[in-house]
Write a protein that binds this ligand. Structure first.
Ligand SMILES: [Ca+2]
Ligand SMILES: [Ca+2]
Length: 250
């Protein structure tokens, strides 16, 4: 009789445990995955242009890394199919040429990687700016450029999205610390800005995106100078904070 009760008790415990595990919010963890930025450039260099693509699905990120590591021939599915929206987002730049100018459009939604797309989707980053003033394409224009694929990944810790990892990035981390909604500084993609993200920034401090040399214009060499638009704003912010602190002390 005792054995029967013990068996029944263990069975009930197993059912409760299984139900608890199945109720864990795994979907929420997936949804909290941070965006990883990649550079999409030419397979056969012709125009020296490129654009920035953000990915958040782990399978897509893994394929993007395969394209970089193995090359387009070995990795396959080289074409990025996405929706482009007109307007600058402060992130999408042509990092291949000096000054890394902003494009007048940005990727609004990633659809998939593909081996082929309809010919009408085959253009290039420089062409999308032609639709800037066309209300029909305010959002969104489908894109699937045949001669472009993922060529590099931006290092984690670049919280102000200017491709380098410096003290300006930790300023973003500081202002968003503890947030689970503003995830610009969620370097490890766990859905919250915390100490682990600071450690990731510190580990990668000084790193820059590495662009394959064959994609750069011959006169550029290996150095790409990227503007730091946030600098004046941060100086003003620092002065403002100092003044506020001084007034509260007096
Ligand atoms: Ca940065
Ligand atoms: Ca985090």
């Amino acid at each position: 009789m005792c054995d029967h009760r013990a068996f029944l008790w263990r069975f009930v415990c197993c059912v409760v445990l299984a139900a608890s595990i199945s109720a864990l919010p795994f979907a929420d963890y997936a949804a909290a995955e941070a965006t990883h930025h990649f550079l999409v450039g030419e397979i056969s260099v012709e125009h020296y242009d490129s654009y920035v693509l953000g990915l958040s699905d782990p399978a897509d990120i893994a394929h993007a890394r395969d394209l970089i590591r193995l090359g387009p021939d070995a990795a396959g599915e080289t074409i990025v199919v996405a929706k482009a929206a007109m307007g600058r987002d402060g992130i999408n730049r042509n990092y291949v040429i000096p000054g890394a100018p902003l494009w007048s459009w940005h990727v609004a939604e990633f659809i998939s990687f593909a081996d082929t797309t309809a010919e009408i989707l085959d253009a290039g980053p420089r062409n999308l700016g032609n639709y800037e003033d066309d209300p029909e394409y305010s959002c969104c224009k489908m894109m699937g450029f045949w001669n472009y694929t993922v060529v590099a990944e931006f290092p984690r810790g670049d919280y102000d999205d200017d491709t380098d990892i410096d003290h300006f990035d930790v300023a973003v981390w500081r202002t968003t610390y503890g947030s689970d909604s503003d995830l610009r500084a969620d370097g490890n993609g766990d859905g919250i800005v915390d100490t682990a993200d600071y450690l990731m920034w510190r580990k990668n401090y000084g790193s820059r995106i590495t662009i394959p040399p064959h994609l750069l214009p011959p006169t550029t060499g290996a150095s790409i100078i990227v503007p730091e638009p946030a600098s004046p704003a941060l100086v003003l912010m620092t002065v403002s904070l100092c003044i506020t602190w001084w007034r509260t002390r007096s």
